[in-house]
Design a protein around this ligand. Sequence first.
Ligand code: SAH
Length: 373
Amino acid sequence: MRTNLLNFDAEGLEGYVAQLGEPRFRARQLLRWVHQRGASEFAQMTDLAKSLRGALAAVAEVRAPQVVGDSVAPDGTRKWLVKVDGANAVECVFIPESGRGTLCVSSQAGCVLDCAFCATGKQGFNRNLSSAEIIGQLWLARNALRDADAAGAAAAPAPRAISNVVMMGMGEPLLNLDQLLPALRLMLDDNAYGLSRRRVTVSTAGVVPGMDRLREECPVALAVSLHAPDDALRDRLVPLNRKYPLRELLAACNRYLERAPRDFITFEYVMLDGVNDSDAHARALAGIARSVHSKFNLIPFNPFSDTAFRRSPAERIRRFAEILQRAGVTVTTRKTRGDGIDAACGQLAGDVSDRTRRTSATRRLRPAAELNA
Ligand code: SAH
């Protein structure tokens, strides 16, 4: 089997070219070809010695996952369904906004966490994505957006460059850190995607040991899916809370801030009608906000088939935000994007054909011991 160069960050690639008997600086050239220019054929890499091009062509490859679906919503949001193997496909979404373009990337096929309101959790967990499959989503999205530009779509008002990456697609990134870290390093590497640490966000349901390790190894911006102000409610919505309750989670947030490139944590909070959206919930959250330097991002719930939850009414969300603001909390409400192509937060289900299906009748909260953090 050929070695897929998308699996290597700079250091990994240096090691690989050294094994081929080449000087280490070749790795930098290769990185630029593969990640800056989006090349996949070694024959294109004209500043590499012909002998090296030949040697690489014999043993290596640049293989991103295969795009099997590509849809664009009226608001310009674009969603790719990418096949990672015979049984699994994951989703990746580009969200153009004025002044920035955000790519939402998946880290796992399925998810073990089974948050009550999330479509991904319903399909069960299938497997971790490799580094190549994670960075491959960025690689192929950037190439596809460049192709669209070349085809003349550049006249469109929305930006087509990827300025931000959020690990908010399918899966729990901090349960796949070994594969995630090389991909994050490539996002930040000036010879690859050159994004600043503030423009790369990892979102977690609250995997405390993973937060500590990310802080040591690659402290990018951190978003934490809070969704409830107390353990009793959070245990129901985010079963992982039984393993890492709020007290421990908030302590880990403060440890993270010692190294964070932004001096705040983004707390995500899905607005569920009649469940976590009362005035009392908002006031309790304000208390949490006082204990961690943070900003709140309210996410109107995005429905999917087979869910009993409903989105909080707009007026309720406005009032909830107002209570937080009056208490001195910085709060934004996420705009719903990608309507019509099921591309909004929590709607990414991909296509995992041999998954262990969970139906609502059989869904249950997983005992914490089952969660292999
Ligand atoms: N596992 C990570 C990242 C994936 S989900 C995490 O939990 O943070 C990205 C965000 O979308 C999380 O805040 C998640 O709670 C939220 N989300 C999940 N399902 C949703 C839904 N149906 N509507 C709105 N947001 C949802």
